[in-house]
Design a protein around this ligand. Structure first.
Ligand code: FRU
Length: 477
C-alpha cells in the first residue's frame, strides 16, 4: 500500500498510528500544554476507547507519550483534567502535585457514568479511583464532563451533556469527588442534533477594558441531517445558572467548516487566557479519512475572545502561537491583481506548512481568493476565497482530489461580518486548511486530500480588480 504520510500535518498533532477523535483533558502544567485524546490503541478505526497523550511547549512541536488511561470493561470517553492544587480530593501522594481526570465511563449500550482517575507524575500514569462512579444518574447518554474553577463561588463547576435531550447540566463541587446539581440549560439554539462536549468559559470583550461574558459551547452532530459542528451561547453565569443573553432561537456557530469538532479549553493557562483546540475531522466521513496508519488529527490552538459586531457579541479566534511576533518568510505590499497571479513568495511553498495572511485594500471583483491547483491535472484545485455577490467566505474542496462521502463534497461557507475589513489568514498544513477571516470573527476549517503531488498557489480575482494592501507568509519549519 502506498504511503499517505504526505497528508499528515507537520505541526498539527496526529497520533503516529491508529485512530483519534476528541481532544480530552487539555491542561497547561509545569511548562507543557498537555493533550489527551480519544484513542484506539489497537486499530485505525473507532473502538477500544482509551486516552492517548501528547504534550508541547510551544504549540508547534508535539511529543507523543505512552497511552495514559487504558480502557477496561468500560470505554474511556471524553473528559477533562484539572490540577488539584490544594489536594482537596485527598487522593494520591500529598507531597506531590496532583492532576485529576474526570471522564465518562461508557458501558456500551448499558450506561454512561462519570469516573475519576488521578496522577502524581504530571499525567504520565493514572490510577483509577477506587470508588467510581463519582456521578451517575442512570442514563444511557450522559457524557463529556468539563470542569472549571469558579472563583466567585469558590467551587469547581462541571458542565456535562445529556445528548439526546439537547441539554447541559451544571454541577458544583468543593472536593472533586462529590457533585451537586446546580441547574440545567436546554431548549435553546440548535436543537435538531444531539449535544456533546459542553464547556463553559469566561471570555474578555475586546476593546472593553475589564469586561467579560460567560460563553457556553457544545458540539452537535446529526449525521443524517448533514450538519456537524459547534455552537455557542453568550451570557452570564452566577455560580448556579447560565443565562443566555440572546433570544432562545438565536443560533451561533463556531466554525463553518466540517472539520472542527469537540473543542474544549485548556485548564490553567499561563495568563488565564482561553485557548482551545478541536478534533479536525467530522463524524460525517471520519471512517473514510484515506490515511494509514493513523486517522484523525487536531486543529490549531486558538485563543478566544468576544468582539462587538452590529449583531451583538461574537466569538473571535486567533491562531496560536502568535505569528505576528515572528519574522515572516515573505512579505509584499501594494499588489494589484486582475488575472490569476503567482506572487513571488508563493513559489517556494510546495509541500510545506505555512500561514498566509491577505489584506485587501479594495476590489470590484465578483470573487477573489487563493487557489491551489494541480500542475498535472488542472481539474484538481481547492479554493479559499470570498464571494462578493453572495457576501460569503468559502472553502471549495469539491475538486480537491480524493472526495470522501457526499458530505465532504459540499462547499463550506460562512457569512461576512459587517464592519470588518476584507482580511483572511489561512493555515495550510498538508491536508489541513484553516481559514480565520476578518480578524478571526469568521472560521472555516476543512480537510482536503489532493491526489497529485505538485500544485501551484495563485491569488485570483474574477471579473474585476483586486488591490492588496499586503500579503504575508510565515513558513513553519
Ligand atoms: C464526541 C463523542 C463524545 C464521546 C466521544 C467518544 O465526538 O461522541 O460525546 O465522549 O466522542 O469517543
Amino acid at each position: 500500500q502506498n504511503s499517505t504520510e504526505h497528508w499528515r500535518p507537520a505541526v498539527h498533532f496526529s497520533p503516529t498510528k491508529n485512530w483519534t477523535n476528541d481532544p480530552n483533558g487539555l491542561i497547561f502544567f509545569k511548562g507543557y500544554y498537555h493533550l489527551f485524546f480519544q484513542h484506539n490503541p489497537q486499530g485505525n478505526d473507532w473502538g477500544n476507547m482509551s486516552w492517548g497523550h501528547a504534550r508541547t511547549k510551544d504549540l508547534l512541536h508535539w511529543e507523543e507519550l505512552p497511552l495514559a488511561i487504558p480502557h477496561g470493561e468500560e470505554f474511556i470517553f471524553s473528559g477533562c483534567v484539572v490540577w488539584d492544587k490544594d489536594h482537596v480530593s485527598g487522593l494520591g501522594d500529598p507531597k506531590k502535585e496532583l492532576l485529576v481526570a474526570i471522564y465518562t465511563a461508557d458501558y456500551p449500550n448499558k450506561k454512561q457514568e462519570q469516573h475519576l482517575a488521578y496522577s502524581n507524575d504530571e499525567g504520565l500514569t493514572w490510577k483509577k479511583y477506587d470508588h467510581n462512579p463519582i456521578l451517575d444518574i442512570q442514563l444511557l447518554n450522559f457524557r463529556d464532563p468539563n470542569i472549571i474553577w469558579h472563583e466567585a463561588s469558590k467551587q469547581y463547576v462541571m458542565s456535562i451533556a445529556k445528548p439526546l435531550e439537547r441539554s447541559v447540566q451544571f454541577y458544583g463541587s468543593k472536593n472533586l469527588l462529590k457533585w451537586d446539581l446546580l441547574s440545567e440549560f436546554s431548549n435553546q439554539g440548535e436543537l435538531e442534533m444531539i449535544w456533546e462536549c459542553p464547556s463553559l468559559v469566561e471570555l474578555p470583550i475586546e476593546g472593553r477594558e475589564k469586561e467579560s461574558k460567560w460563553v457556553l459551547f457544545n458540539s452537535s452532530q446529526g449525521v443524517q441531517k448533514g450538519f456537524v459542528g459547534m455552537q455557542y451561547f453568550v451570557g452570564e453565569f452566577n455560580g448556579k445558572t447560565f443565562t443566555n443573553e440572546n433570544s432562545s432561537d438565536t443560533k451561533l456557530f463556531v466554525d463553518f467548516g466540517k472539520d472542527f469538532y469537540a473543542a474544549i479549553p485548556f485548564y490553567n493557562t499561563p495568563e488565564k487566557e482561553v485557548l482551545w483546540l478541536a478534533w479536525a475531522l467530522s463524524w460525517q466521513y471520519a471512517k473514510e479519512q484515506p490515511t494509514n496508519p493513523w486517522k484523525g488529527q487536531m486543529s490549531s490552538v486558538r485563543k478566544l475572545s468576544l468582539v462587538d459586531t452590529q449583531d451583538g457579541l461574537r466569538l473571535k479566534q486567533v491562531f496560536q502561537p502568535d505569528f505576528n511576533q515572528m519574522e515572516p518568510t515573505f512579505m509584499a505590499k501594494d499588489i494589484s491583481i486582475s488575472k490569476p497571479k503567482v506572487v513571488n513568495g508563493f513559489k517556494m511553498l510546495q509541500g510545506k506548512s505555512y500561514m498566509i495572511d491577505v489584506e485587501v485594500e479594495e476590489t470590484n471583483a465578483d470573487r477573489w481568493g487563493l487557489k491551489w491547483q494541480s500542475v498535472d491535472n488542472p481539474q484538481e484545485y481547492t479554493l479559499v476565497a470570498f464571494d462578493e455577490i453572495k457576501k460569503q467566505w468559502f472553502i471549495d474542496r469539491s475538486h480537491s482530489g480524493k472526495i470522501l462521502s457526499p458530505g465532504f463534497f459540499k462547499v463550506d461557507s460562512a457569512p461576512w461580518v459587517e464592519g470588518r475589513s476584507r482580511h483572511m489568514r489561512v493555515w495550510v498544513d498538508h491536508s489541513m486548511l484553516e481559514l480565520l477571516a476578518q480578524d478571526g470573527t469568521v472560521a472555516i476549517s476543512s480537510l482536503r486530500f489532493p491526489v497529485s503531488a505538485k500544485e501551484n498557489l495563485t491569488i485570483f480575482s474574477d471579473k474585476g480588480k483586486l488591490d492588496l494592501k499586503q500579503i504575508t507568509i510565515w513558513e513553519v519549519k
